[in-house]
Design a binder for this molecule. Structure first.
Ligand SMILES: NC(=O)c1ccc[n+]([C@@H]2O[C@H](COP(=O)([O-])OP(=O)(O)OC[C@H]3O[C@@H](n4cnc5c(N)ncnc54)[C@H](O)[C@@H]3O)[C@@H](O)[C@H]2O)c1
Length: 328
């Protein structure tokens, strides 16, 4: 299979590529503007080549290659996608707070950027298009979130991801492109040292001797999924036949308050590291954050044959160990 992975230098991208490289037999073209992930992040997991973006022909040949480019660059995206069997579209503006600060940028990255990739997939007759969405399109609701719920995004990030889902559905309906949208839960795991999501931030701050800041009363809930489970779901979504146009919740069916997460992490950090004093403070709630969030993943189980395997305790322990080993 020839894979085209946007955002492949980022957190989820590097975890996915590591899995593909370990499995063997895949040609991978990474397309990343290096705004967040860098060459060193990719180097950390695999060797790769960098073909000349001006003379790209016939898709990836080497095991892994990197093209430095922006998903908003329509022309380069069109050329770079040529020859790919599957696109996994991960590159995005991926934060709720930054979407609140600059909604236009969020729109250009997530709505227009995804549209550019879909156009390139259509013109290059790519066999499968996997879109990284999130639970954010749903907005405030009574969980568990499922695929049939009406979407009422609360933050611009949710709106731009919903636009991406909408275009995936339309490109399947109109052009027959095999799109699959995956709504990831709150992802954590190794290679997340740069992330501002709660697990990575708590581990980083604790290891720097800083207090853990919990927004609001900490009773807000999230559904935490480890990269081991998530990357397995992406690979199934990329390869399983007859799922074009589908949307799946990819999380763990469980709801954890941020207070409980912090308490679990403090315990694991004390067991796994030399830290004996980790303080927690409560700060102002964040604009655009939803109160409760967890997903019903029965559709993914029935259709993809996928269920999460990693318990939260085990996943957090492995993540702490990866930070400790310097792998982050
Ligand atoms: N991490 C999570 O918890 C989570 C949850 C739900 C959905 N998602 C989605 O999964 C995807 C991957 O998330 P991640 O956590 O790996 O993010 P990340 O920020 O670690 O990685 C994103 C990568 O995309 C690249 N990128 C950013 N803008 C780009 C552009 N304009 N052109 C080309 N490359 C660009 C960055 O350099 C980075 O390497 C995103 O679409 C995100 O919205 C993530």
């Amino acid at each position: 299979m020839k894979w085209f992975i946007t955002g492949g230098c980022g957190f989820i991208g590097t975890n996915l590529i590591r899995r593909l490289v370990d499995e063997g037999g895949h040609a991978i073209r990474v397309y990343d503007n290096l705004s967040v992930g860098g060459r060193s992040d990719l180097e950390h997991i695999t060797s790769f080549t960098e073909p000349d973006p001006d003379s790209l022909e016939g898709g990836p040949e080497n095991e892994v290659e990197l093209i430095v480019g922006d998903i908003r660059n329509e022309g380069l995206v069109q050329r770079a996608v040529e020859g790919a069997d599957v696109i996994v579209h991960l590159a995005a503006q991926s934060g709720v707070p930054s979407s609140v600060e600059d909604p236009r940028h969020d729109f250009q990255m997530n709505a227009l950027g995804t549209f550019n990739l879909l156009e390139a997939a259509r013109h290059n007759k790519v066999g499968r298009f996997v879109f990284a969405s999130s639970a954010a399109p749903i907005g405030e609701c009574e969980p568990p979130i499922h695929e049939e719920m009406a979407c009422k995004p609360k933050a611009p990030y949710g709106a731009s991801k919903l636009a991406g889902e909408g275009y995936c559905s339309a490109y399947h309906g109109t052009f027959g492109l095999d799109t699959v949208s995956l709504r990831f839960g709150n992802v954590y795991g190794p290679l997340s040292g740069h992330k501002s999501s709660v697990v990575a931030k708590f581990i980083r701050r604790a290891m720097q001797g800083k207090v853990l800041e919990v927004y609001g009363d900490g009773q807000q809930t999230r559904d935490f999924i480890h990269t081991h489970d998530l990357t397995r779901a992406i690979m199934l979504a990329a390869t399983q036949p007859d799922i074009g146009g589908e949307l799946f919740q990819i999380a763990t069916n469980s709801e954890t308050t941020v207070n409980d997460l912090a308490a679990m992490l403090v315990e694991i950090l004390k067991e796994e590291t030399s830290l004996d004093q980790i303080d927690i403070v409560h700060t102002e709630p964040r604009a655009g954050d939803v109160r409760r969030n967890y997903s019903d993943t029965s559709k993914a189980e029935e259709v993809l044959g996928w269920t999460p395997e990693m318990t939260l305790t085990e996943g957090l322990r492995r993540t702490v160990r990866s930070f400790q080993s310097g792998q982050k």
